[in-house]
Design a protein around this ligand. Sequence first.
Ligand SMILES: [Zn+2]
Length: 299
Amino acid sequence: MGGNVEILLTEGAIVTQDEDRRIIKNQDVFIKDGKIELIGKNLRENADLKINCRGKVIIPGLINLHTHSPMTLLRGYADDMLLENWLKEKIWPIESNLKAKDVYYGALLACIEMVKSGTTSFLDMYFFMDEVAKACKEVGIRGFLSPGILEFGTPEVKDVQDQMKMSKEFIDKWRGDELITPVLGPHSIYACSKDTLLEIKHISEEKDALINIHVSETRKEVVDSEKKFGMRPVEYLDGIGFLCDRVIAAHPARDKTHKRGKRCSNQHTCLRDEKRGSRFREKVWNEACGIFRWNRIPM
Ligand SMILES: [Zn+2]
């Protein structure tokens, strides 16, 4: 829907995100030029579109903190496998055949689905990210987009130095865009060496860009890290000086570094591991949302 459409939501319960998380019942909301103009009871504004929200809630846009949006095309292709096998045997081989236009259509489908279910911003990692940006613009959703960086190459760019160069260009191209925020995307500690990670950290400082990385996604990743570095992934990343307030880590609930009383400095995380219901998860989740609310994503 175009930004110039005036919308009046009536008689809904507003779920605020203020400090007390108040819920204000039976309220009207008038939206003009894409912004909330008025909130109150019995608003009489003329609007192009009126939606009766009685019995419904009015919430801020949802933020999906971890996606690979073009993978909508691969839904159902391989399920119920260990991550490593899933990636190596199924996903990476088929992804190596994807072309830019496939990525565009996969992202377009994802963007439409997200908007339809209330998501207004998402943090994505994939390749051919200009195509994902194009899909975002077409649908009108905010994309925090990170071209994935993997030492063994992506279907778009093989050499890791070239990938980093391309990421810099991507940042320069999209910086300041109304909907697109370019982000750096080192895939993980098993796909990026220490040197690569530190170079990416340097680029993030130079360009003032966020970093999106998988951390401790599986038990295997944690065990491998302990074997190879003598540390869990979060400790390793902290030890090499990678962690900073620009880093958004996906999945780190599996990393018990926090629980052992070794909370790493400046760690900011987001979480997708829905299986772990713990205070820790909630805290991590709140931190992640906090980063976005405070600094980066307009709600
Ligand atoms: Zn992921």
